[in-house]
Design a protein around this ligand. Sequence first.
Ligand code: PRP
Length: 209
Amino acid sequence: MIRIALTKGRIEEGAVELLRAAGYDCTALVDKGRRLLFPVGDGDIEVVLAKAADVITYAEHGVCDAGVVGADTLMEHGGGLYELMDLKFGKCRFCLAGIKGKNFYNGYSHKVIATKYPNVAKKYMHSRGIDVEVVKIEGSVELAPLLSLADAIVDIVETGNTLLANGLEIYEEIAPVSARFVVNPASLKLKKPEFDHLLDRLNSVIEKK
Ligand code: PRP
């Protein structure tokens, strides 16, 4: 059995669709109520639903053999996992964004960036040679420039609707993001035949996309 930690929400939907297309019975994941552990397929997979950062924690500690998580979370939290596959769903972009029409780089004033991804924001700004103050926000980060807490945000943009609805725009694209299949290195060694089988089945679906 392979235990997979799956990021709840948008990535979960894409992952269930992928598993189903690969021929795994996902009935348990449909009417799931408040349960968090689910059998998938014929007992060959167990799915654990978790928040993105926790997916990495469970897989790193080896209590889950693998994880499905966005590249955004991997860029922020890194870690000692093997990234085996780009699953090609959950596509969005890491962007620097702010109030429409404002030039973020104008002037010499102290710049503040609000974000759920402080490591990504700092690394990007340092790569541009700019020293900024980064403020961690847990959600709806678009509020920060509207409330004048920040000059810009670093966040993921999917459709761009949230930016548009709040009078914000993309200043710069930082990196593309999509869902990734990550594996604990020790699990991969111990369960090589099980992983080969699973990856073959997933690949056959992804290649057709
Ligand atoms: C993400 C992201 C943006 C929004 C972008 O937030 O942080 O707010 O989606 O999507 P869009 O470009 O399609 O509008 P999420 O919905 O995950 O919620 P959160 O802000 O509470 O984290």
